[in-house]
Design a protein around this ligand. Structure first.
Ligand SMILES: [Fe+2]
Ligand SMILES: [Fe+2]
Length: 280
């Protein structure tokens, strides 16, 4: 099911399939006969529609959010993030099937994938109401990079995707809501409010399963988090941080503050330590 979602290119089709399979998973769990978790062979990169054209982040034109065109560009970027998030959640299910995890792990990521699918559709509806659509503008290439970098390291995946990238969403979403509130774009405000409230759980699931795996391997969670983010994340973490929501999601300040002022230093040490853990 996860691989099928990953192999579907069109955004609306991908999210429809994602929601259908999420509902089937939940029904099977509630019925007491959960769908068996197998081992999948997900594509290295998920299928994508022909449009939007993907560009290096520095080539994506910046627009002021004081104009309607700027706000459309902002929502377009959010839609692109949500579509990637749908694939990221199905990918963690498919890619790490060989690692034995409690069934709650799958419950959490299926629920997250379902929510990201809803987010994508909500933002696409807003874009269409504004006379645009997903695919009308260029979008960032390289959003799948973190997934590729951590394709063989489940703890690296949890550290970078939910605990860094999705946590960043908690920092920036209130500012975005404010932009659309000022513009009296009520549809966009309510869509972003749904996203803001649901994203906290995705970060929390990341933290929960990261801590679970640290416990399994007898690792110090904070040290391990720092090591993995330094190794896999390209750049430093940018304050201001939403400390309240991060706390709600189970990420304490000593996890992210020490990573905020560092020079990106990708040493060979990270590789070696990672290989050692995988070998354990
Ligand atoms: Fe989302
Ligand atoms: Fe999310």
């Amino acid at each position: 099911m996860a691989c099928e979602v990953l192999s579907t290119a069109d955004g609306r089709a991908k999210t429809a399939l994602s929601r259908k399979y999420a509902a089937e998973w939940v029904a099977s769990r509630n019925g007491g006969e959960p769908i068996a978790v197998g081992i999948g062979t997900p594509p290295l990169r998920p299928a994508r529609p022909e449009k939007p054209a993907l560009m290096a982040p520095r080539d994506v034109p910046r627009r002021r959010t004081g104009s309607e065109a700027g706000r459309i560009a902002l929502l377009h970027a959010v839609a692109h993030i949500e579509l990637n998030a749908v694939d990221l959640h199905w990918d963690i299910i498919a890619r790490f099937g060989h690692i034995k995890m409690p069934i709650g792990f799958y419950d959490d990521w299926v629920k997250s994938a379902d929510e990201e699918s809803k987010h994508f559709n909500l933002i696409c509806d807003c874009l269409e109401d504004m006379g645009s659509h997903y695919g009308a503008l260029p979008a960032h290439a390289g959003m799948w990079r973190s997934a590729e970098d951590t394709a063989e390291d489940i703890m690296g995946r949890l550290a970078v995707v939910p605990m860094v990238l999705e946590a960043r969403g908690l920092d920036v979403t209130p500012g975005m809501i404010e932009i659309f509130r000022k513009a009296e774009a009520t549809n966009a405000v309510s869509a972003l409010e749904v996203i803001y409230s649901e994203e906290v759980h995705h970060v929390a699931y990341g933290s929960k399963w990261f801590h679970f795996l640290c416990g399994r391997h007898d690792l110090d969670p904070k040290d391990e988090f720092h090591r993995l983010v330094r190794h896999y994340f390209h750049g430093v973490l940018k304050p201001p941080f939403n400390e309240e929501k991060r706390a709600e999601a189970g990420i304490p300040p000593d996890f992210y503050w020490p990573l905020s002022e560092e020079t990106p230093d990708r040493t060979a040490l990270g590789n070696k330590a990672s290989a050692e853990i995988r070998a354990k």
